[in-house]
Design a protein around this ligand. Structure first.
Ligand code: MG
Length: 244
């Protein structure tokens, strides 16, 4: 697989699809670890004897074990619920139970602290707003196409004001298909009333975004690579690629 941005040809695309996490939303693994630690530290204020470091390690381990197979699939909570908030609630309850605190009330408190801390840390990469404004001048429609549950992905979009810039939001949790499956891309195109031949997708994952866009027959599959390994170094570069 090429690690270079693809050249979709000279014809201007009708629509651009964009990945969310790592492409538009800057909430890194380090940010997430800070959230986990802040949640555990917050709980210790209410629960004397709770070992914050042990709980943080336990919660992180449960999440990573759960996320790995879900990276290219529809993520479900251990109970089978498709809601991201249930994933969080159930993992906090399990982590607390493993640490000797089987207390649904405490698990609810952990969920609320965790959710609030995440929301406070969500931010867009610096060039996102200006790039989306520029894209709106160049194409007919913009969509976010994101793996992950509908509730938590839409929460990220609302918290950062992204919904003001895009026409359509498609999530794996709500469609039942995750990138790199073609169905999730085709769902976005149907909602935009567009065809694969006039669509590009950009995202930071070669395996889900670039491969998925190719599986879906899109005209353009652009790898956003802020790490400088060969893809497009900044979302703003898309404006240059699309300029007439
Ligand atoms: Mg991503």
């Amino acid at each position: 697989m090429s690690d270079r941005p693809q050249s979709p040809g000279r014809r201007a695309p009708q629509v651009v699809l964009l990945d969310l996490d790592g492409t538009l939303l800057d909430y890194s693994d380090d940010d997430w670890l800070l959230t986990v630690r802040a949640t555990c530290d917050g709980l210790t204020e209410s629960v004397p004897g709770l070992h914050a470091a042990e709980l943080a390690e336990t919660y992180a381990r449960l999440c990573l074990r759960h996320w790995e197979p879900a990276a290219s699939a529809v993520m479900l909570a251990p109970s089978g619920s498709p809601h991201g908030h249930d994933v969080w609630r159930e993992h906090w309850h399990e982590a607390l139970t493993l640490c000797g605190h089987d207390d649904p009330g405490l698990a609810r408190m952990a969920f609320e602290l965790y959710r609030r801390d995440r929301m406070a840390r969500y931010r867009l990469y610096p060039e996102v707003r200006s790039t989306l404004e520029g894209l709106r001048e160049l194409v007919d429609g913009l969509a976010v196409v994101t793996n992950g549950p509908g509730d938590t992905q839409r929460e990220k979009i609302a918290a950062t004001g992204l919904d003001a810039y895009v026409d359509v939001i498609v999530t794996a949790g709500e469609t039942g298909h995750a990138k790199p499956q073609p169905e999730i891309f085709h769902r976005a195109l149907r909602e935009l009333d567009a065809t694969p031949a006039r669509a590009w997708h950009i995202g930071d994952s070669l395996s889900s975004d670039v491969a998925g866009a190719r599986n879906a027959g899109l005209a353009g599959a652009v790898w956003l690579d802020r790490g400088g390994k060969g893809g497009l170094g900044s979302l703003a570069g898309l404006l240059t690629m699309l300029a007439p």
